[in-house]
Design a protein around this ligand. Structure first.
Ligand code: FAQ
Length: 311
């Protein structure tokens, strides 16, 4: 049973009124948002690593400039999202400590390796493409600071998705080897991209409550289906083979059918046993430790300014 305060809160949400940082909110709402927004922030920051692997090997100066801009955008997204999480009363230090200890999750997709230049295309196209599908509805979610952060993030993600598809188009119009590289990247990134949307609705523990609070406006499976429906024609336009033999247009449903996801692999990655989990975390921890001198210097400077103002 809801208390009076909880009832009033739910009524506001049902009326489509945004919740702001200083408004009263149930503890569980606050906790859910901190969990989701911080995991989202961690994903953006860890998500720089697979693409960072290719900056020094981009095929042209133009491609390198675009890739660098994209990776810098991801850093920016992480910063907006950490700021949005901080409005809920947690500190960035606490959030980072949870990432570094392995307690906090980040998106499973970033635990896969980037083996060829075509992976930069597949990531922009499929990973940023999935991120957009998941995040456009978040622009209308119930928590004001999160919803507003999503607007700019989505605009930047759509540039990322286009640059990824542009890489795929160039490879598919290239030599047989280049086209094979594009096919291989599609085959390897397809299933992990579908897993980004989370467990099936039946297995999703947080969905019902998050839907009631309008943090989630569509279910994991609905958004996953949207991704498949949007992407299959794009695969065909590239002239690539479908990465899943079970993909088939279903006239009755008005959607593409597709094969079963390997949920065992998904949960293994969540547990830290994906191909790159350990390497990703190690890299983040090292970057944090290597940056200690800089944080110390900023603090020393801030302390000095503060002391000067006092005297
Ligand atoms: N990976 O009950 P649900 C990007 C966890 S985009 C890891 O369904 P929920 C852009 C989930 O946290 C990627 N863990 O959970 C970019 C929960 O565990 P918990 C980031 C996952 O929250 C592109 C448990 O499974 N986007 O970074 C995953 O209702 C290129 C049960 O699941 C966002 O974070 C997964 N794939 O729904 C950057 C979007 N799926 O926390 C660089 C915002 C589920 O209870 C380069 N987040 N889990 O311990 C969301 O929309 C939701 O959190 C979902 C999960 C839909 C991801």
């Amino acid at each position: 049973e809801l208390s009076d305060a909880e009832r009033a809160f739910q009524d506001r949400i049902d009326a489509g009124i945004r919740i702001e940082a200083k408004d009263w909110m149930p503890d569980a709402y606050r906790k859910t948002l901190i969990r989701q927004i911080s995991q989202h922030a961690h994903s953006e920051i860890v998500g720089q690593l697979p693409e960072g692997n290719w900056v020094t090997r981009a095929p042209t100066l133009k491609r390198k400039a675009i890739l660098l801009a994209k990776i810098q955008d991801e850093a920016g997204h992480g910063l907006y999202l950490y700021s949005a999480a901080e409005t809920l009363g947690v500190s960035r230090d606490e959030l980072l400590a949870d990432l570094h200890s392995g307690k906090a999750k980040y998106s499973s997709i970033f635990n896969y390796p980037t083996l060829s230049w075509a992976d930069m295309g597949a990531i922009g196209w499929l990973v940023d493409g999935s991120a957009i599908i998941n995040q456009i509805p978040l622009c209308r979610c119930s928590y004001g600071p999160y919803s507003r952060a999503m607007i700019r993030v989505c605009k930047e993600e759509s540039f990322h998705a286009r640059q990824g598809y542009d890489i795929m188009m160039a490879l598919c119009r290239g030599t047989a080897e280049q086209k094979a590289m594009a096919q291989d990247a599609l085959n390897r990134y397809w299933w992990p991209a579908l897993m980004m949307f989370g467990p099936s609705d039946a297995a999703s523990v947080n969905s019902a409550q998050s839907a009631q609070w309008r943090i989630k406006l569509f279910s994991n499976d609905e958004l996953r289906q949207r991704m498949v429906d949007q992407t299959v024609p794009q695969i065909e336009y590239l002239g690539l083979q479908l990465p899943d033999p079970a993909i088939k247009w279903n006239e009755e449903r008005g959607h593409y059918d597709f094969g079963d996801i390997n949920w065992d692999e998904f949960y293994q990655v969540l547990k830290g046993n994906g191909p790159c989990n350990r390497e990703r975390l190690r890299t983040r921890v090292k970057a944090y430790e290597d940056g200690a001198w800089f944080r110390d210097a900023l603090q020393a400077h801030a302390d000095k300014q503060h002391d000067q103002k006092k005297s």
